[in-house]
Design a protein around this ligand. Sequence first.
Ligand SMILES: *Cc1c(COP(=O)(O)O)cnc(C)c1O
Length: 224
Amino acid sequence: MTQSRLAAIKDKIATYETTYGRDRGSVSLLAVSKKQSLEKIREAYAQGQRLFGENYVQEAVEKVIALSDLDIEWHFIGHIQSNKSKLVAEHFHWVQSVDSEKIVRRLNEQRPDHLPPLNICLEINISDDPNKAGVTVDHALALAQFCQSQPRLRLRGLMTIPAIESKEATVADFSAMHALFTSLNEAGMGLDTLSMGMTGDFDLAIAKGSTMVRVGTGIFGERS
Ligand SMILES: *Cc1c(COP(=O)(O)O)cnc(C)c1O
């Protein structure tokens, strides 16, 4: 079951790369495994999947420990409460949901010295939605510069969850993300990762320059 779904998502990514004039292999796949079993993660791993994303700190840390025999690159993509930032700094390779100076500072201080710098994406509230997490476009450059100044962090890119009211709204948000990504790179930020696109909209994201799609239900089925 997972096999056919995972293979089908990989095929679609390859097809969209071609359709939208993207380089072959330029879009990586993060398998979002929140609320999915260890067995399903092992199954996807056995089929070659290496990047996995989790949202809830306690659930995630238990999984990271239980699966430490596997060579997984773990991405934290959920909301980070200050009192949980240390666990995130200790157990993950990437954090994609960074949206404040306070969290940047804590992750830098809490990243253990024996581990390489923690890879960071800033979460952008691209539609300026008061109900959403993320830094606004206006503050993105300042936060990126601050993040870049931290020795235990490595700023890699931007992440967003777009508006989903309509396809037009989603496309507008993905376009605005691409513009922001370009302008931060023109300002010298050296970003290589534009994380956008989920099960329902990764085609639109690839069309607008996504370099990493985050797919959960499309690979694993409904969450329990
Ligand atoms: C849950 C989640 C996803 C995956 O969503 P699906 O619709 O299941 O593909 C991607 N990104 C974030 C930030 C999520 O929280």
